[in-house]
Design a protein around this ligand. Structure first.
Ligand SMILES: [Zn+2]
Length: 184
């Protein structure tokens, strides 16, 4: 493969290079989505660790993008990460026994548990009235707080956002407050 097209053949298409450019575009979307979700986790004061480079070593840690320590759950951003192939959230959730949340760049999300896939409507991000923390859960399942264990029917659910809509629109997170926190 030549590093450029010969003079006079500029009109031709170098498919390999086009593919590489499109790959960069996917990475851009991946990092953009990571940026959005990390800002969101920080904004709602949810504990999070970006898995790559974290030193965490399980298969899920190597594959997922974020580990959410409060809930013992994992979060996968729905774009190809450099060096990562297809991610089978269903299989990962079954093998590990952990919750795996798949989040898109458009602020929608869904949960996988025990090899079962739940839709966006069945996936909920809740805030617990007892501990004040946010956690992901599946709506047909138990409402019990996954951070502190509180359960009071649905009375302990302070806020409720399902995964079918854009959570970034419901809770707009800019950068201003981040910079303010850095100054403070
Ligand atoms: Zn709680």
């Amino acid at each position: 493969m030549a590093d450029r097209l010969p003079a006079g053949e500029e009109g031709q298409v170098d498919i390999k290079k086009i593919e590489t450019i499109l790959q960069f575009e996917t990475y851009r979307m991946y990092y953009n989505a990571c940026h959005q979700w990390a800002k969101f986790f920080e904004f709602v004061n949810m504990a999070w660790v970006y898995c790559p480079g974290s030193g965490r070593v399980s298969e899920l840690d190597k594959t997922a993008d974020f580990y959410l320590p409060d809930q013992g759950a994992y979060f996968v951003v729905d774009f190809g990460r450099p060096g990562r192939g297809f991610v089978d959230c269903k299989k990962l959730s079954k093998q590990s026994g952990r919750s795996v949340i798949l989040g898109s760049g458009d602020g929608t999300f869904r949960i996988f548990e025990g090899g079962e896939a739940f839709s966006g409507i069945e996936t909920v991000l809740c805030r617990c009235a007892a501990c004040g923390r946010w956690y992901f859960m599946n709506e047909p399942g138990s409402y019990a707080c996954r951070v502190c264990g509180e359960y009071d029917g649905d009375h302990h659910l302070l806020q409720w956002i399902d995964g079918s809509g854009n959570v970034f629109e419901k809770m707009p997170v800019g950068c201003e407050w981040l910079f303010q926190r850095m100054k403070g």
